[in-house]
Design a protein around this ligand. Sequence first.
Ligand SMILES: C[S@@+](CC[C@H](N)C(=O)[O-])C[C@H]1O[C@@H](n2cnc3c(N)ncnc32)[C@H](O)[C@@H]1O
Length: 250
Amino acid sequence: MTAYTDPYEKFAKSYDLFGDITDIDQNEEAFYRQLFSQHKVVTVLDCACGTGKHCYLFTKMGYKVQASDISEPMLSQARENLQKLGMDISLKRCDFRELEQHFDDTFDAVVCLSTSLPHLHKDKELIRALTSMRGVLRDGGIVIIDQGTTHSSIKPDRRFELIVNNKDVTRMFVKDVEENMQTIHIIDIYHNDLANCLEHYSVVYRILLDDDYRRLLKSAGYKNIHIFGGHDMSVYDPDTSQRLIAVGEA
Ligand SMILES: C[S@@+](CC[C@H](N)C(=O)[O-])C[C@H]1O[C@@H](n2cnc3c(N)ncnc32)[C@H](O)[C@@H]1O
């Protein structure tokens, strides 16, 4: 496996403070139902499964799901989460730049969701990952790349964002944006243990926007590229969209 320093090593245990993996927005479920039905999807590979949120969602929706992630702590959290829900899903430790070495099957859809691809910073590596995803897709299958990073999320007035705030914990993002890179500092403040009340994690992302995805997906051999601006299936609009979801056909 390509050398990798895991930003989730400590973060995995508390990652689900973002929300329980079963907490799925109805619009998100409807989005995938429509897209998967349009493309006759039955089998799905989630190649950056994290703690298992979309493994849960797609299995619950009736799709045949396999999953992988590069981070053993995230996979371990996913195993624990899915076991509790009685879901038996094959989870492999695997870099999404090397999927063909780990999967003999081909899939109708490969998904890489919630700002996972931008962990890679160089065009060469991004194209390598997208090509590897295409390598495990059937002809006409689709890749879906999803992220919260948009033209508006990186504006200076969004530098500080409150993500979670309840009686137990406050989670906020502080974003340092420089040219085409951003570091997201995740700050957790626990309210019930004042001696150990502060945790801090950082993730460094390449900023990829709609034109980047058009270019990268095209270079990796995809056609019929479409960029959505949210789970409402709107077309991506740099002025207003709060999500970016890139879809390409193998
Ligand atoms: C922000 S989390 C998103 C997790 C999940 N997709 C979700 O929706 O909650 C990003 C995930 O990408 C994974 N990841 C980063 N680089 C990767 C790589 N090269 N290959 C496979 N997984 C990777 C991380 O380990 C982490 O689990």
